[in-house]
Design a protein around this ligand. Structure first.
Ligand code: AMX
Length: 463
């Protein structure tokens, strides 16, 4: 067995080189995404097969006892194609940073932010799409967007006090009545074709999520009426905003940015890993994604989107507008001393300010520089990191994506903070479903790592 070790940096380099070489744009620039994938899948299957043949027994890391008790931090145990997270630099979607995506991906007419449709194309194919390819995805998602009546009825019947994430997860689970994968599997389709129906389910699910999410929003916070119909001439975010009841062009731009940057954060985070794990049992994409959403609903993960705003409101109530740094510090220490986390700060992998935070800050500097809540968020950014460092235990004192999203939504009138994680979930579908298609295309097996009891671990270590 070959025993040389591969550093994370080297893994990233290899990933960059190989994706540039092998995931080349198709020369015909087809706007048919499935056709594009049909050409790429066999190439990629061959590449992985050859790589495994030559390096299948090469060691890429070690596992320590601390890693086993410590949430598996740092264990390289998953293959995830759409994105890679560098601790210092942050996320790269198929090798492209967020500023690169903002520059390269197609925009809406007159818009400055990337369209999430383009990001999805990039995540699933590895190619930066053309305007025509992105337009084709907008149209396809519009065409697939209708909701089955049992899902709408169930959502309408749910009490308003059910958390929006619970409603979201329930609706996605119920959507599995529509699964093409379930039908194909039931009819005995060959496993080499699984990815095709997983692709269909993924496209349908992504197309239906804005309708599900908007129904939840309007039922829970508005009069339950007024869901506009989907306009196939408009993009996914425009339609989503319209169904939510927002028509401010700046809010729609924000939504495009928000839905792009929350999409993927490599494979180890709870929502991504859960979707991947459940999908490995050949549960269909609806069931797999719903499981991932139940993980996103945890306060240490996606619910931090909501928790940051809850915390900021408590902070404001306690210290008022324009507090001194000293007052802010006291509040932060009181949060820590009462055994709670400062939401929106820290990360399991990142060791710098999250570029997803930075691009939202830039959006705020451009569109709402004088907003008092934005000013407070900026002051918190200055005051929190030194305090977290002073605790001596927090590995990353810098803000993550969740520290900034809420203030932007508040500014445009979406005040219902319990809803924010649903927006996160709509976006997260883009990354985890792109990955799920590749999981089946590459024929990845059911996931089943080995666990040990403490007794057995002690014995193994002593031996
Ligand atoms: N406030 C207070 N304490 C924190 C902290 C924070 N923001 N971040 C980490 N810590 C603490 C941990 O709770 C842990 O304490 P313990 O030893 O007493 O258990 C210690 O610092 C070491 O933790 P770590 O190795 O730095 O972080 P981690 O990898 O275990 O956890 C995360 C990462 C994100 C869960 C953690 O930083 C956290 O709880 N942050 C606040 C919640 C949050 O913003 N979550 C969103 C993350 C992004 C996302 O998924 N959307």
């Amino acid at each position: 067995m070959a025993l040389f070790r591969i550093s994370t940096k080297r893994v990233l380099e290899v990933q960059k080189i190989s994706s540039t070489n092998l995931l080349r744009p198709l020369s015909d620039a087809s706007t048919d995404l499935k056709k594009v994938l049909n050409e790429k899948v066999p190439q990629e299957q061959e590449r992985v097969k050859a790589f495994r043949k030559s390096h299948g027994s090469t060691k890429v890391g070690d596992v320590t006892v601390d890693m086993m008790y410590g949430g598996m931090r740092g264990i390289k145990g998953l293959v995830w194609e759409p994105s890679v997270l560098d601790p210092e630099e942050g996320i790269r979607f198929r090798g492209k940073s967020i500023p690169e995506c903002q520059k390269l991906l197609p925009k809406a007419p007159g818009g400055a932010e990337p369209l999430p449709e383009g990001l999805f194309w990039l995540l699933i194919t590895g190619d930066v799409p053309t305007d025509a390819q992105v337009k084709a995805i907008s149209q396809e998602w519009a065409a697939r967007s209708s909701l089955p009546s049992h899902v709408v009825k169930t959502l309408n019947d749910l009490p308003k006090n059910i958390h929006p994430m619970t409603q979201f997860s329930a609706a996605i689970t119920l959507l599995n009545s529509e699964s093409e994968f379930v039908k194909a599997y039931g009819s005995g389709v060959h496993k080499s074709k699984y990815w095709e129906s997983v692709y269909e389910d993924s496209m349908n699910l992504i197309a239906k999520l804005p309708g599900v999410a908007a129904t939840i929003y309007r039922n829970t916070y508005k009069d339950g009426k007024g869901l506009g119909s989907v306009d196939s001439g408009k993009d996914w975010s425009w339609n989503f905003a319209n169904m939510l009841g927002y028509d401010n062009p700046q809010f729609i731009e924000l939504l495009r940015l928000y839905l792009t940057i929350h999409s993927d954060h490599e494979g180890g985070n709870v929502s991504a890993h859960t979707t991947h794990l459940v999908g490995s049992a050949l549960s269909d994409p609806y069931l797999s994604f719903a499981a991932g959403m139940n993980g996103l609903a945890g306060p240490l993960h996606g619910l931090a989107n909501q928790e940051v705003l809850v915390w900021l409101q408590k902070l404001r109530a306690k210290v008022g507008d324009n507090p001194s740094d000293e007052k802010l510090k006291d509040f932060i220490w009181s949060t820590l001393k009462s055994g709670q986390v400062v939401p929106g700060y820290g990360h399991a992998v990142l060791r710098k300010t999250d570029p997803r935070y930075t691009c939202q800050r830039e959006f705020a500097l451009k569109h709402l520089p004088e907003d008092s809540l934005f000013k407070l968020v900026s002051q918190v950014y200055k005051v929190v990191p030194p305090i977290l460092l002073e605790t001596g235990k927090v590995k990353n004192p810098w803000p993550n994506v969740d520290a900034h999203s809420g203030v932007l939504l508040q500014y445009y009138g979406m005040k219902e903070m319990n809803y924010y994680t649903v927006l996160f979930g709509v976006s997260r579908a883009l990354g985890v479903l792109a990955s799920l298609v590749w999981d089946r295309a590459l024929g990845l097996p059911i996931e089943r790592p080995k666990s040990l009891s403490t007794d057995l671990l002690i014995k193994a270590v002593k031996a």
